[in-house]
Design a protein around this ligand. Structure first.
Ligand SMILES: *[C@@H]1O[C@H](CO)[C@@H](O)[C@H](O)[C@H]1NC(C)=O
Length: 445
């Protein structure tokens, strides 16, 4: 502790000395001002010089700060909460009700790398943000890309710009060479989330990536769902994303609809510091999102997700996108109607109440065969249910109805207790297992 404060003190001394030097330098430069235009030029040049100096000093201070943080990290033992929950097994009890206040600050962590289009993401966030105190924006940049750094810096004080310091290549097994990008993403997430929760000590955060554009009620949604996350330990995230949120598959007239899902959607998601303390000690080297979807991490917990997505991705360039973007991501509809979620009662999403009412809704719907549905028969039935019993029937029906057919650790995208809810030819369909379903089979992939 003594070492740390003396380090910071030295930093400050260095900073002051540097300033004094600059002042001295500026004062003592030759004064050969013959007329007014020269004077103006000189003043502008001085101002520009001063600006460059300030920029340099800001970097210096950030470096000092970073090192003092690194230093203190090395000095202190892991947080008690992290130590206690290290390597929890699936059987371990879930955390108790959170101690976090429903009014806690909710920073938005923007994960950026080498896409200068991060501008689109930041512009929308700043445009829709209702309060800069409640929702500070932290841009974490990896990859050391100059152009992207300049774009982020151009926002000045409106966003906080932090830079992942370790740009080295990561040693990976030979057959994983092509996945180097995924290793770097996992390292960046680890660093950035540690900054947010351990260094800055925030109690919750909304994570977005640099290729996401947010909806007008993005902040309203998270603000309203946050107390649910605090109150229900069977929830571990709130996500802005519906994996089956293509235009013709969602009920755009009801953007207020929300669901629980067992599939971790990511793509604009809110988590608590408690969860970070639990995951950080075992954070994976790569493929962090699929890792989170494994039973050892998820531990039966669910996320809240909307009917109509509150984020959309506009980036094609990227480690994981490309084909997936062209076939799916780019068709996801971004909600454009503001829903005053904060004035609505969302308690129906708590586990006990939701499980009862959602199950009733699904299993009271009449069953229809996929072919009948495709033929647009029996419209008079309204909401219907299509039943699957095996991995192969799930995949076949999903494909036939345009639903995402991939499973991660046995969980279908946007699924809850095996049930996927979507719109098909204008009617509500539940693709559901038999009502005596008892759990996911992680071997279904
Ligand atoms: C940088 O990252 C690599 C790979 O993750 C790691 O081996 C190395 O120790 C890191 N360096 C520092 C200074 O943290």
């Amino acid at each position: 502790m003594l070492k740390k404060s003396s380090l910071v003190l030295w930093g400050v001394v260095l900073f002051v000395a540097w300033n004094a030097l600059i002042l001295f330098f500026l004062w003592t430069r030759p004064q050969s001002l013959s007329d007014h235009s020269h004077l103006t030029e000189e003043v502008i040049r001085l101002a520009e010089d001063a600006e460059t100096e300030l920029e340099r000093q800001k970097d210096l201070l950030q470096q000092i700060y970073r090192y003092s943080v690194l230093w203190s990290r090395r000095q202190t033992k892991p947080l008690p909460a992290a130590a206690a929950s290290a390597q929890p097994s699936t059987a371990a009890p879930l955390p108790h009700l959170s101690q976090i206040s429903p009014d806690a600050v909710l920073p938005v962590l923007v994960i950026a790398c080498d896409r200068s289009t991060v501008r689109r993401c930041l512009d929308k966030l700043l445009h829709y943000r209702p309060s800069k105190e409640r929702f500070p924006i932290i841009v974490s940049q990896d990859c050391g890309h100059d152009e992207t750094a300049r774009v982020i810096a151009s926002y000045g004080d409106a966003v906080m710009h932090i830079k992942q310091p370790n740009l080295s290549d990561i040693p990976v097994p030979t057959d994983h060479r092509k996945f180097q990008g995924y290793y770097k993403i996992a390292r960046h997430y680890h660093w950035a989330l540690s900054q947010v929760f351990q260094t800055f000590q925030y109690q919750a955060a909304i994570v977005v990536e640099d290729d996401l554009e947010v909806a007008p009620d993005f902040f309203e949604y998270f603000q309203a769902a946050f107390p649910l996350l605090l109150a229900d330990p069977t929830l571990w995230c709130v996500s802005a994303w519906n994996d089956n949120g293509k235009e013709q598959m969602v009920d755009a007239a009801h953007p207020e609809l929300l669901y629980r899902t067992d599939f971790f959607p990511g793509l604009g998601w809110l988590l608590l510091s408690d969860l970070w303390n639990e995951l950080e000690p075992k954070w994976p080297k790569a493929f962090w999102d699929d890792w989170m979807r494994q039973p050892e991490q998820r531990r039966g917990r669910s996320c809240i997700r909307p009917e109509v997505s509150r984020t959309m991705t506009f980036g094609r360039k990227g480690v994981s996108h490309g084909q997936f973007f062209d076939q799916h991501l780019k068709f996801i509809k971004l909600n454009d109607r503001f829903v005053p979620f904060a004035q609505m009662d969302l308690s129906y999403l708590k586990r006990n109440e939701y499980d009862r009412s959602f199950r009733d809704q699904v299993y009271s719907a009449p069953e229809l065969r996929v072919e009948e549905l495709q033929g647009n028969q029996r419209r008079e039935l309204g909401t219907v249910r299509v039943q699957y019993t095996t991995r192969d029937s799930f995949k076949a029906f999903a494909k036939a109805l345009g639903v995402m057919d991939d499973l991660k650790s046995g969980v279908p995208r946007a699924g809850y207790r095996g049930i996927v809810s979507f719109l098909y030819r204008g009617r509500r369909v539940y693709l559901a297992p038999p009502s005596d379903w008892t759990g996911y089979d992680p071997s279904w992939s």
